[in-house]
Design a protein around this ligand. Structure first.
Ligand code: ARG
Length: 473
């Protein structure tokens, strides 16, 4: 009974140096024995439900081809359900020789229902089994990530909707550029995340491809109905090549690329908000719930939540890059290197899910200081508008840009704002300036002039908000 599930061809034992404990093996204990080194149960046990689901479907498919009778199928299915319940209730007793979730579940099934359990693995390999489990597990996670992403977009759109009046400088190179609405900035983040939502939906059909029935590598010799299996397990399609079916982990790489991209958007938003929360900017204050203090400087309120959102982008990118290195250079079909797909994938999923939820919390609770935003709106950010004023009088933009630049320089030399220059001053710069030039110096009017699609005017905000809300339905 103590034999390993794959132990038939072995006579020697694996290095017994490692003493099994229920506690997770730490990296230092790891290398001390082959047995521990090979084990993945301490992290792949989180796929227990996916493994049971795959096995139940497979048992049904074996009945359809006469390997099991109805009675045997019933016993296997209820045995598997009992195994799942043990995991769910935290009662599953891990044994020393349980190598991974697949061997653990099968070992336990055989304890519960006896030798009949040995029929379940007919024509199946852990190679098609693990690939199937990973896909089932990830498809479930994608559903909750989709909801987390939608919740974040909703919060961004909600704030954008209710804070349309707030004007602020828009920046390029972190230098004040032109006036915008705060809502316009929020909606720019929302648009990136909306595109991520689209991308996630586009990746799913490539995750939802069923490997089960690929066997170890050369397919299933018992003619199991793989389309039946796909239907049972909710897959959109069936892997058309068994060699590919057991080996493909592109869906994991692609998911990680996707999550890295989501995190670059997260990082940008976090970086903006960190800058805006400094005393020097003072545009926003994070709620206490998402800030922490300093152990030495009593006055400090640090934006740790945002820094972690920014920092974790590196971590998720690292998971992706590391896993691509694992894939690079592998020969065809299954190789044990592929067991290294799990920890980085699980880590990316867990951290992405946490980041989306934290970001939602940060954005929904932060306080906006419109007075500070307005104070940062110096008149020079209307220099483009001043150039545009002359354009409307028929002067070529390249010329008006220069004239406006000279107005900025003149104001600088006079230590005044550009709207404090006199009409006579303006007219020394260009003869087309007249009294109405002073109407240029109005931030709200500047923003409202931007009526083309994509601009920060009220009308275009309305359009963005409606479109995003429509996508979220
Ligand atoms: N624990 C393994 C993995 O995660 C399962 C597949 C093992 N297959 C094998 N032929 N050793 O990849």
């Amino acid at each position: 009974t103590k034999q390993k599930l794959w132990g038939g061809r072995f006579t020697g034992k694996t290095d017994p140096l490692y003493v099994f404990s229920e506690v997770h093996v730490s990296t230092s204990e790891y290398s001390s024995s082959m047995h521990a080194f090979n084990q993945s149960l301490h992290y792949d046990k989180r796929m227990y439900a996916a493994d049971v689901r795959g096995s139940i479907a497979y048992a049904k498919s074996l009945t359809l081809v006469g390997i099991l009778n109805r009675d045997e199928e019933g016993k296997i299915v209820s045995g598997l359900q009992a195994v799942e319940k043990e995991w769910r209730d935290g009662n599953f007793q891990i044994k020393e020789d349980d190598e991974d979730i697949h061997t653990a579940n099968e070992r336990r099934l055989s304890e519960l229902i006896g030798p009949l359990a040995g029929k379940l693995h007919t024509g199946r390999s852990r190679n098609d089994q693990v690939a199937t489990d990973m896909r089932i597990w990830l498809l479930d996670e994608c559903k909750s990530l989709e909801n987390d992403l939608k919740a974040l977009i909703r919060v961004l759109v909600g704030r954008a909707d209710s804070e349309r009046d707030y004007l602020m400088p828009g920046y390029t190179h972190l230098q004040r550029g032109q006036p915008i609405r705060w809502s316009h900035l929020l909606l720019s983040y929302a648009l990136s995340f909306k595109n991520d939502l689209d991308r996630l939906r586009q990746v799913i059909p490539r995750i939802s491809v069923l490997p089960l029935g690929s066997g170890a590598l050369a397919g299933n010799p018992f003619s199991v109905d793989r389309e039946f299996l796909a239907r049972e397990l909710g897959f959109e399609s069936v892997a058309e090549n068994s060699l590919w079916g057991v080996a493909d982990r592109d869906f994991i790489a692609e998911f990680m690329m996707w999550s890295s991209l989501v995190m670059t958007h997260m990082s940008k938003m976090a970086e903006d908000l960190i800058i805006y929360s400094t005393a020097e900017f003072g545009f926003i204050t994070l709620s206490d719930a998402y800030s922490t203090g300093s152990s030495i400087m009593p006055q400090k309120k640090n934006p740790d939540s945002l820094e972690l959102l920014r920092g974790k982008s590196g971590r998720l990118f690292g998971n992706m890059a590391g896993f691509l290195m694992t894939l690079k250079g592998l020969p065809s079909t299954y190789n044990k290197d592929l067991q290294e797909d799990k920890e980085p994938l699980f880590d990316s999923v867990d951290n992405l899910s946490a980041c989306l939820k934290i970001a939602e919390g940060v954005v929904s609770t932060l306080e906006v200081h419109t007075d500070k935003m307005l104070a940062a709106l110096t008149m020079d950010v209307l220099a483009t508008d001043l150039a545009d004023y002359l354009v409307r009088k028929g002067i070529p933009f390249r010329e008006t840009h220069h004239v406006s630049g000279r107005a900025v320089a003149l104001a600088e030399a006079r230590h005044c704002q550009i709207n404090e220059l006199t009409l006579a001053d303006f007219q020394t710069l260009h003869k087309e300036f007249s009294e109405d030039v002073f109407s240029v110096f109005d931030f709200e009017a500047s923003v409202e002039r931007r009526q083309a699609i994509g601009g920060p005017s009220r009308k275009m905000l309305e359009r963005q908000i409606n479109r995003l809300r429509h996508e979220l339905q």
